[in-house]
Write a protein that binds this ligand. Structure first.
Ligand code: ZN
Ligand code: MN
Length: 143
């Protein structure tokens, strides 16, 4: 099965069984797994796959624009199956990531126009403390 790319800047992708199973990990919205997360979850279906192959296929799938590589402030790279325009908030304590809808934002690329640059994109990440970490912080103080 050949996957038809969204535009002609993207190379044709051979949809192997491995890639299909990796891609299935991104059907649940709101998850932002690291390559290790994906590796651990697909091992039951693909017992012989190596972590390196998972890394390589995630890269290929993101180049084919079937998933998005996130460049967030966290140490390990993460991938996102949500291809719509949205932002992320990351817990600085535990690394939990949530989606922030972008509908309420103006087009930030427009904001940056007029500085002699052709704007190709932008990155925006919110930082915070998730509910669980805030709760844990409070109970520690109470001790
Ligand atoms: Zn947290
Ligand atoms: Mn996301």
């Amino acid at each position: 099965m050949k996957f038809k790319p969204p535009d002609d800047t993207v190379p044709l992708l051979r949809m192997t069984r491995q890639r299909r199973i990796i891609l299935e990990e991104f059907h649940t919205p709101g998850r932002h797994p690291t390559p290790d997360d994906v590796y651990m979850r697909i091992r039951r279906k693909l017992p012989n796959i190596s972590l390196g192959t998972v890394y390589r296929n995630l890269e290929i799938l993101s180049q084919a624009k079937l998933i998005k590589k996130l460049r967030l402030g966290c140490r390990q790279r993460r991938y996102d199956g949500g291809l719509h325009r949205h932002y992320h908030v990351r817990c600085v304590k535990c690394g939990k990531i949530s989606d922030i809808p972008a509908d309420s934002f103006p087009d930030l690329d427009d904001t940056a126009k007029g500085h002699g640059f052709k704007i190709l994109g932008h990155q925006l990440e919110f930082e915070g403390l998730c509910q669980a970490c805030r709760k844990a912080g409070r109970s520690q103080k109470g001790r």
